[in-house]
Ligand binder design. Structure first.
Ligand SMILES: CC(C)(COP(=O)(O)OP(=O)(O)OC[C@H]1O[C@@H](n2cnc3c(N)ncnc32)[C@H](O)[C@@H]1OP(=O)(O)O)[C@@H](O)C(=O)NCCC(=O)NCCS
Length: 191
């Protein structure tokens, strides 16, 4: 792995968190394609998992967030093992996606991605919101251990409720980022 550049953040265990570029598109898709089923297979029926993958984890679905500079990747030993995407949401910042491939989970990669998002959040609002489908215990435990508290539960018809949690940005203003919304942003980007 090459040494971190000026826009990269060095982390323990050779983990590097950096902004994704178009060249990361395939790797970002793969993070979702591998992690989403492992996360939601026990909550959704197979057909629904495939539908979500197609809708939320296709190249087309991921390109806008990469283009807007709001997708981060985490590399471990030079390989992309995690991603996060974020953007404005109701005068706050939403962490729309946060995914670490199963074999790299539990090593602090998700927390490092979250820390970088928090550091970019101050320009947008005073809170960061995270949401996940009810039943995703690892997301709940991860969010709780990272200082998030439950904000609300959003019913979604036949699907499990969406659980929203929030955390104040407060101290995380280490560097400014232009977080203004851009045309075309919509909630469909979520997860
Ligand atoms: C949630 C996720 C991003 C966390 O990433 P990670 O790299 O595994 O998390 P970390 O190693 O940084 O762990 C941070 C904390 O969360 C806790 N945690 C992480 N995964 C957990 C799990 N499966 N069960 C219980 N606690 C968990 C850890 O105990 C740790 O707490 P600690 O610092 O007090 O020990 C990752 O597990 C993942 O990709 N899950 C599937 C996708 C998902 O649900 N994403 C969130 C939807 S928005």
């Amino acid at each position: 792995m090459s040494p971190p550049g000026p826009d990269q953040v060095s982390l323990p265990e050779d983990v590097v968190v950096r902004q994704a570029t178009g060249e990361d598109l395939r790797a970002v898709v793969e993070v979702g394609q591998r992690t989403w089923p492992a996360t939601y297979d026990s909550i959704f029926e197979e057909g629904l998992v495939a539908l979500f993958l197609e809708k939320r984890w296709s190249k087309q679905a991921l390109i806008p967030s990469i283009r807007s500079g709001r997708t981060l990747v985490a590399e471990l030993a030079g390989r992309v093992v995690g991603m996060a995407s974020y953007g404005p949401h109701e005068r706050s910042m939403a962490l729309w996606k946060l995914y670490v491939v199963p074999e790299a989970q539990g090593r602090g990669v998700g927390s490092r991605l979250l820390r970088e998002v928090m550091s970019r959040a101050g320009a947008v609002g005073r809170e960061v919101h995270i949401s996940f489908l009810d039943g995703n215990a690892s997301a709940h435990d991860f969010a709780r251990s990272n200082g998030f508290t439950v904000l609300q539960r959003e019913p979604q018809g036949e699907m499990p409720d969406l659980i929203w949690m929030s955390r104040p940005v407060a101290e995380a203003l280490s560097h400014e980022h232009d977080g203004r919304d851009e045309p075309g942003h919509n909630r469909d980007e979520i997860r």
